[in-house]
Ligand binder design. Sequence first.
Ligand SMILES: Cc1cc2nc3c(=O)[nH]c(=O)nc-3n(C[C@H](O)[C@H](O)[C@H](O)COP(=O)(O)O)c2cc1C
Ligand code: SF4
Ligand code: SF4
Length: 249
Amino acid sequence: MNQPSTVTAVYFSPTHGTRACARMLAGCFRYDYSEWDLTLPPARRERRRFAPDGLVILAVPVYCGRVPPVPGLLDRLEGNGCAAVITVVYGNRAFDDAALELADLAAARGFVPVAMAALVAPHCYIPEVGEGRPDERDRQAAAAFAAALLKREKQPFTPPGNRPYKPYPALPFLPETIGPCSRCSVCEEVCPTGALRDGVTDPETCLRCMACVRFCPRQCRTVSHPAFTATRDRLAALKTVDHPPVFLF
Ligand SMILES: Cc1cc2nc3c(=O)[nH]c(=O)nc-3n(C[C@H](O)[C@H](O)[C@H](O)COP(=O)(O)O)c2cc1C
Ligand code: SF4
Ligand code: SF4
């Protein structure tokens, strides 16, 4: 690939782990990269065109081994042949079919997937898992990957994974509002799907992304369902597991 005319970090990131990885990776290609944040609904309604000689770092978190089930997540993006580094950010368990699914979605919008990255960030259910990632090792590996990719011809790349993708399970737990809520609306403002209105969470559109829990200034959003406690207990075993960053092209 020639030096891209523009580098854009395009990401969906409710609790900012994906954003940190996308920024880290984009900065390895160009210090003056720009950003397009798809996390909130207004940005997802805006049309965005990319240059055929540009590069996007297209990054999503892995949810249940898949791309988060946000209707129309990439629908307003126009790839125009722009190269895409398919980037999946996961909570130290596994990324399963998410990279393949994201590459398929990107190709359908006119991007050319040329490479992939799978990076660890803190797990939004138990942030001690993946704590401190992305770290210096991730940064150094990302810099080496960027340098190598820029030396190659622009070639389409298919990430590992299976089609049909892993089925997306129903998640029985839901955050709720408890305690001294000041009705400040921060939780509603950070909700990526508009699932939260007047303290009531819509189970159909809630992603269980934890943004409302993370960003409530009074710690009034919580998940008390036993299935969530069981999930956290299971995930705790991943605190000592080390998944190095994965870069493929
Ligand atoms: C509904 C849901 C499902 C998840 N599934 C996985 C998974 O399959 N594998 C994994 O390693 N992490 C999983 N995670 C953890 C996220 O991938 C991880 O916390 C990611 O960094 C969150 O991105 P964000 O900080 O940009 O919101 C899941 C998180 C959520 C909310
Ligand atoms: S962010 Fe917290 S305090 Fe503010 S409205 Fe939401 S639950 Fe209440
Ligand atoms: S209500 Fe659901 S989708 Fe909205 S921020 Fe909270 S967990 Fe995420």
